[in-house]
Design a protein around this ligand. Structure first.
Ligand SMILES: Cc1cc2nc3c(=O)[nH]c(=O)nc-3n(C[C@H](O)[C@H](O)[C@H](O)COP(=O)(O)O)c2cc1C
Length: 186
């Protein structure tokens, strides 16, 4: 059987992002059971229909990364009870058909959703909005388990480095579940 390819999409562009660190911890947890790549989309421009066709190079690259993956794992912060605009912008690009004959690349893709926040919400509200959007785009969503991690600072060192403790078993559970969710579909 071919090796599963998971693409992680982090909803924060911040270098020290907790969600990026969570994605990197998930990569460790997955280990050699799948290829696991974090999508770099910091160069994707703001969507403007005037520049939609032909698609900018950065858009072509992220579309290709999504297309060649077997599953997308979102790790998103919560901004004002929503997911960040940078992620909405990326998903808006991905939601558009590539051409008159090639459809958008998200439909049918298995998706998992996780997030971590310093506050009490653990990104739950942002996740609900994200799930509404990716459901509209026909992604194949693993609705359970989802992972919400509140009070992040209880699981970081004094420099803000993530050291998952209480949430680690839940991340492992979600990784196992997502791998078998994908396996059943390929
Ligand atoms: C514009 C903005 C709005 C925010 N709103 C929320 C919020 O609604 N809920 C929450 O838990 N944290 C909120 N935060 C705090 C973020 O959770 C925190 O900055 C987090 O570290 C961002 O994720 P990251 O570390 O992956 O970049 C907000 C931060 C910003 C910049």
């Amino acid at each position: 059987m071919k090796k599963i390819k998971i693409l992680a999409i982090v909803g924060s562009l911040r270098e020290g992002s907790l969600n990026r660190q969570l994605a990197n911890t998930a990569k460790e947890v997955i280990g050699d059971r799948a290829d696991f790549e974090l999508l770099d989309y910091s160069d994707v421009p703001l969507l403007n229909q005037d520049i939609e066709y032909p698609a900018p190079e950065a858009v072509k690259r992220v579309r290709e990364a999504v297309k060649s993956s077997d599953g997308i794992w979102f790790f998103s912060p919560e901004y004002n009870h929503f997911f960040p605009g940078v992620l909405k912008n990326l998903i808006d690009w991905l939601s558009r058909p590539i051409s008159e004959t090639e459809p958008q690349v998200l439909a049918g893709k298995p998706a998992a959703v996780s997030g971590i926040s310093p506050g009490m919400s653990g990104t739950g509200l942002a996740q609900d909005h994200l799930v509404t959007l990716i459901s509209f785009l026909n992604m194949d969503i693993m609705n359970a388990p989802r992972l919400t991690i509140p009070n992040a600072m209880q699981q970081t060192d004094e420099k803000g480095n993530l050291e998952l403790k209480a949430s680690y078993p839940y991340l492992k559970k979600q990784a196992d579940a997502f791998l078998s969710f994908i396996e059943k579909r390929i």
